[in-house]
Design a protein around this ligand. Structure first.
Ligand SMILES: *Cc1c(COP(=O)(O)O)cnc(C)c1O
Length: 460
């Protein structure tokens, strides 16, 4: 379809509805208090519009639901597995495909084998579960972002790119540690959902070859990334989204995917690779912890839905709607004067809470202030991606802040309509009015790993 209308109508119509219920301000305040001011601990029934994550929260198509009924639940060699395996082999060009129950299971298996105390991993940005799985083995995870990444007003087309000079430096100068792998995350989730160019991926490949290091693609948003390459990178305007994804995948030695993103399913993951010896080690771990090689923690119906989802995600109308509807929210927020990370990424809009609340000190978590206020005002749930998520402490117990204090509004796939998004925009009118009269938060409980999931906070 030509895109001559300004209104972006959803490329689907609704056949089944799930009611969502509004709540009162008093109810939301109480619910947030009980949740220790951490929206991860809220019950979903108390949430009106849930922008916590785009992971596993999408709506499946009629074709996926139909496929689930037709699925094969055999323990070994199920028809649904063979279908998924073929779809993934065709897409990735990798001969060894392991199903896992989600992305982090694939990470635990691969990085558990590649990691260890004398190892270092290099990435454009390690996603939080990636970092946790690497650090859990005693290895070090280094993020190699370009320094201009925090520049939030310039249009940089591929802001998710790996900094190639930093990568080359690290590859050449690891004196005491061995580089276990280079992980290219596309799109770059933790840095604003920003795309990685093909040129950058190719250059990473060249450096990996030169230093004899394995290249892993953490590609759970590979289709969204392909959309950006098609529209922004010279020479890709005539290639299909799927062909672009295939080309990028062909560069890597291994591919990790949380299928809860561009797999268009509510649960599932993949671990794919080219090397047989490594695949045998991974299969051992898979069987011990996930399940047999032809289901790896998934039902036949999960695999059937994933096989279909991995094809649907490359549909032109879907991807256009997906990327444009996310940009719609971000562009409107920018017009209102909300400091957003620019340009808008694929799956989410990121807001710079430090600039939105300049009066809140970093160690009082300005991002958490925005998260809590959005919930109180509109029942909107989102997540802080700043010092609450990534902060560390020095030996004196002082916070070492994250690079940026961002808040992520993630958009579930095919779930909310434009009027839901307009509702979110209206909530920001209230945020802008109250921004000078609010206070920060203090952490009162935190676990040692992935603290944002279960941390509890107190309002100051
Ligand atoms: C979601 C995600 C993961 C982890 O996948 P899960 O399915 O949540 O375990 C890994 N890497 C990236 C970039 C992700 O976005």
């Amino acid at each position: 379809m030509e895109y001559i209308f300004k209104t972006l109508a959803e490329p689907f119509r609704i056949k089944m509805v799930e009611p969502i219920k509004g709540t009162t301000l008093a109810h939301r305040k109480e619910a947030l208090h009980i949740a220790g001011n951490n929206p991860f601990l809220l019950d979903s029934k108390d949430v009106y519009i849930d922008l916590l994550t785009d992971s596993g929260t999408g709506a499946m198509s009629q074709k996926q639901w139909a496929g689930m009924i037709m699925a094969d639940e055999s323990y070994a060699g199920a028809r649904s597995w063979l279908k998924l395996e073929q779809v993934v082999k065709d897409l990735t060009g990798m001969p060894y495909v392991l199903p896992t129950h989600q992305g982090r299971a694939a990470e635990r298996i691969l990085y558990g084998i590649l990691g260890g105390p004398d190892k270092v991993f290099l990435s454009n940005t390690h996603f939080d579960t990636t970092r946790a799985n690497i650090e859990y083995t005693g290895a070090t995870a280094l993020d190699l972002m370009p320094d201009d990444l925090t520049e939030q007003t310039l249009f940089i087309p591929f802001k998710g790119n790996m900094d190639l000079r930093k990568l080359e430096y690290q590859l050449a100068n690891q004196a005491n540690k061995q580089v276990a792998a280079v992980i290219l995350t596309v799109t770059n989730n933790s840095s604003g959902g920003q795309p990685v160019s093909m040129e950058n991926a190719k250059a990473v490949r060249v450096l990996c070859n030169r230093f004899g290091v394995m290249m892993v693609l953490d590609g759970c948003r590979i289709a969204e990334n392909a959309y950006f390459i098609h529209h922004r990178e010279e020479g890709y305007q005539h290639k299909s989204y799927r062909d672009i994804a295939h080309e990028m995948l062909s560069l890597a030695d291994a591919f990790i995917m949380s299928a809860k993103k561009d797999g268009m399913v509510n649960m599932g993951g993949l671990l794919c690779m080219k090397d047989q010896e490594l695949s045998l080690k991974c299969i051992n771990q898979l069987i011990i912890s996930e399940g047999f090689t032809t289901y790896g923690g998934l039902s036949g119906r999960d695999m059937e839905a994933m096989a279909i989802g991995l094809q649907e995600v490359f549909d032109e109308d879907y991807l256009h709607y997906r990327i444009r509807s996310t940009a719609y929210l971000g562009e409107k927020l920018k017009e209102m004067g909300v400091p957003v990370v620019w340009p808008i990424g694929g799956h989410a809009v990121y807001i710079d809470a430090a600039r939105l609340f300049p009066n809140i000190p970093i160690d009082e978590y300005p991002g958490q202030v925005l998260v809590c206020e959005l919930y109180k005002i509109g029942g909107i749930r989102c997540v802080e991606v700043g010092s609450m998520m990534f902060g560390k402490y020095d030996t004196n117990g002082q916070l070492i802040p994250a690079a940026q204090e961002l808040v992520r509004l993630a958009i579930p796939r095919r779930v909310y309509t434009q009027s839901h998004i307009d509702f979110v925009l209206e909530a920001f009118d209230y945020i802008l009015k109250m921004r000078d009269n609010t206070s920060g938060y203090q952490i009162v409980y935190e676990p040692p790993f992935l603290r944002h999931f279960t941390t509890r906070l107190k309002k100051l």
